[in-house]
Design a binder for this molecule. Structure first.
Ligand code: G6P
Length: 362
């Protein structure tokens, strides 16, 4: 039974471990024999008419949207913005002439996101829901649906749905780019890359003991912790911080590392953990120097670094994959650091206080 935790102490750990299999499932569901993405042509035709794509989501799904927007802009060249559903529902920005909406929702039931979809439908704007739950409300009410194929996610802290959402967004970006005859999209060997991602995830989940030791050493005592990064690494830093705060109750924030000096660095004290995510060539040096600035003020600097950028003192080195797909790997150590911090404190990892798996009230 897919919803049984078997020998695992918590669903969250099982779901973290399932991520390589989810990547392979997405490859088998969304690629044909020739290695081309198979996405319903009606979806691509409708998206191709759009002059702006609006991604809508809450919580972790919003964070997955931040990655997807970059992929869509790169391969389909359509300006894409990412919006928190509870904000968009009551404070809608000025829209373009031909909007297309993508709803991201693991459950397909989040009330704030549905509120936006009701408005979208009233205006007869086209929409696509990416969800893990077939026939969920957001899936039924949108024009189109694509499934995440992550299998049931039970732990309140979302893990495999985040990586599945990014992988499916990548499929969509490549498929739409190819539909629009973009050379870069054509050349992007996403199927092979998702295979490499699956192997990389496996390598990370196989080294759990190291992450358990890092969590015990750096994260078990402090009240505050920071994740920092730039660009895609910044998008992962806010998801990583959300994981840590929601299950371990460490007050964690993700920051664009260049913004630290504009305020947040005042919070750094002796022993404050600052975790730098470093996977992008252009910004690696900048994030490293921001990390050093925090270290000079007493922070315990921890790094999650792509192998080709690794240096001697790095803490966690992750395998190299396509630069745009690094969130699929850099988030995994962060999920495990959150898990082990929560476990070490004796908390209920799967059912953190005050939180619900699906928020069906506004
Ligand atoms: C709740 C969950 C989060 C999730 C968010 C959005 O807050 O605890 O893990 O990211 O809802 O849920 P959705 O089902 O719309 O992705």
């Amino acid at each position: 039974n897919a919803a049984d935790k078997g020998a695992y102490p918590y669903y969250m750990l099982k779901e973290v471990d399932e991520q390589p299999a989810v990547m392979r499932r997405i490859v088998s569901e969304y690629f044909d024999q020739a290695g081309n993405p198979s996405v319903d042509e009606a979806i691509l035709a409708e998206m191709a008419k759009a002059d702006h794509i609006y991604i809508i989501g809450a919580g972790t799904s919003y964070h997955a949207g931040l990655v997807g927007a970059r992929l869509l802009e790169k391969y389909a060249h359509i300006p894409t913005s990412v919006n928190i559903s509870s904000e968009f529902a009551y404070d809608r920005p000025l829209l373009s002439q031909k909007p297309f909406f993508i709803f991201l929702s693991q459950s397909g039931e989040t009330a704030d996101s549905r509120q936006v979809l009701v408005d979208v439908n009233e205006h007869q704007w086209p929409s696509l829901t990416l969800t893990n739950v077939d026939k969920s409300t957001l899936s039924r009410e949108a024009t189109f649906t694509m499934l995440l194929y992550a299998g049931p996610e039970i732990a309140v802290a979302s893990t495999k749905a985040y990586t599945a959402q990014i992988a499916v967004e990548a499929v969509l970006a490549k498929a739409l780019g190819m539909y629009l005859a973009d050379d870069q999209a054509q050349a992007f060997d996403l199927r092979a890359q998702l295979g490499a991602v699956a192997n990389g995830m496996q390598a990370i989940t196989d080294s759990k003991e190291d992450l358990e030791a890092i969590a015990a050493r750096f994260l078990s005592k402090p009240r505050n912790a920071f994740y920092i990064g730039r660009g895609l690494d910044w998008t992962v830093s806010i998801e990583a911080a959300l994981k840590l705060k929601e299950i371990s109750y460490v007050q964690a924030e993700g920051f664009a590392s260049g913004e630290l000096k504009h305020g947040t660095i005042a919070l750094i004290e002796e022993g404050t953990p600052v975790i730098g995510i470093i996977t992008q060539d252009r910004t690696a040096g900048l994030t490293r120097s921001n990390l050093e600035e925090t270290q000079a003020r007493g922070a315990n600097a921890i790094t999650i670094v792509a192998r080709h950028l690794a240096q001697d003192n790095d803490t966690i080195v992750i395998p190299d994959v396509d630069a745009d797909l690094t969130p699929l790997l850099s988030v995994v150590p962060a999920q495990l650091l959150a898990y082990y911090t929560s476990l070490g404190k004796g908390l209920d990892v799967d059912k953190p206080r005050n939180l619900a798996k699906s928020v069906t009230v506004m």
